[in-house]
Design a protein around this ligand. Structure first.
Ligand code: ADP
Ligand code: NI
Length: 216
C-alpha cells in the first residue's frame, strides 16, 4: 500500500520536474529522498513514509517552478486528490514542504522531526561538489556572471546597490551556501556536511588563485 503510493508519487514528480535546468530536476529530488531516508535510519528518528513522501514532493509547489505560490499550493493539492491517504498525513506532508522553504522572507517554525530531516536533506544537496555544480547551473540559467570582483556581497551593499540586485554565482556561496552547514538540524547531516564544506572552501581558494593567475 505505502510502496504503491511512493511509486505513484515518484512517477508524478518525474513527469512534473523532468529535465528542469535550474537544479530542481528529478535527480535532485531523488538525492534529497535518499539523504532524508539515510538521516532517518542513522538517527532512528522520524516516520520514513512521511519523510519519503515529503522529500519526493518538496519542490512541486516551489514558487520558482510555478506562476505563483498559490498556484504551487494548488498543484500539490490536486495531486493529493488523486491518492488515497488520510488527511492527517496529507496535512503533515504539506506542512513540512511549506515550512522548509524560506522564500520571500516567510519563515515558519519547523514543527516536526520529519520537517527537520527533509530540510537537512535538501540543504545537503545545495553544498559540496553537487552544490557547486547546481549554483553555476542556476546562475547560468538566470544569466548571472560566474564572478565579478567589483560586486560586493549582499551584507556589504548599500540600499541602492541592493535594489539593483546584482549578484554572481560565486557571491551565492557567501550569501547562502557556506552558511548552510551551521543551520543543519541533525547530527547525521552535520557529519555529511563536513567534507562538503571543505570541498567548497578548497574550490573557492583555487578559484581565486586561478582568477589572479598566481600559479602561472
Ligand atoms: P532548493 O529549492 O533545492 O532548496 P533553491 O530553489 O533555493 O534550492 O535553489 C536551487 C539551486 O540553485 C540550489 O543549489 C541553490 O544553491 C542554487 N541557487 C539559488 N539561488 C542562486 C543564485 N542566486 N545564484 C546561484 N545559485 C543559486
Ligand atoms: Ni530542493
Amino acid at each position: 500500500m505505502k510502496n504503491q503510493l511512493i511509486e505513484k508519487t515518484e512517477e508524478y514528480v518525474r513527469n512534473e520536474l523532468g529535465e528542469d535546468a535550474t537544479g530542481h530536476d528529478w535527480f535532485h529530488v531523488d538525492r534529497v529522498r535518499r539523504h532524508a531516508l539515510y538521516i532517518c535510519r542513522e538517527e532512528r528518528i522520524g516516520d520514513p513514509f512521511i519523510v519519503e513522501m515529503a522529500a519526493l514532493l518538496h519542490d512541486i509547489p516551489d514558487e520558482k517552478l510555478n506562476e505563483s505560490a498559490e498556484q504551487g499550493r494548488e498543484k500539490l493539492d490536486s495531486f493529493f486528490k488523486t491518492i488515497t491517504l488520510p488527511d492527517v498525513a496529507k496535512n503533515h506532508i504539506t506542512q513540512i514542504i511549506e515550512s522548509i522553504s524560506y522564500k520571500g522572507g516567510r519563515k515558519i517554525a519547523l514543527e516536526s522531526v520529519e520537517a527537520k530531516i527533509v530540510q537537512d536533506a535538501d540543504r545537503l544537496d545545495a553544498i559540496g561538489a553537487i552544490g557547486i555544480a547546481r549554483a553555476f547551473a542556476y546562475g547560468g540559467k538566470k544569466g548571472q556572471l560566474i564572478y565579478d570582483p567589483n560586486i560586493k556581497v549582499r551584507e556589504e551593499m548599500n540600499m541602492e546597490e541592493y535594489r539593483k540586485g546584482k549578484s554572481t554565482s560565486i557571491h551565492h556561496f557567501y550569501e547562502k551556501l557556506l552558511k548552510l552547514k551551521e543551520l543543519l538540524n541533525t547530527e547525521a547531516a552535520k557529519k555529511m556536511a563536513e567534507s562538503r564544506q571543505r570541498m567548497m572552501l578548497d574550490f573557492l581558494e583555487q578559484f581565486y588563485q586561478e582568477w589572479d593567475g598566481q600559479e602561472s
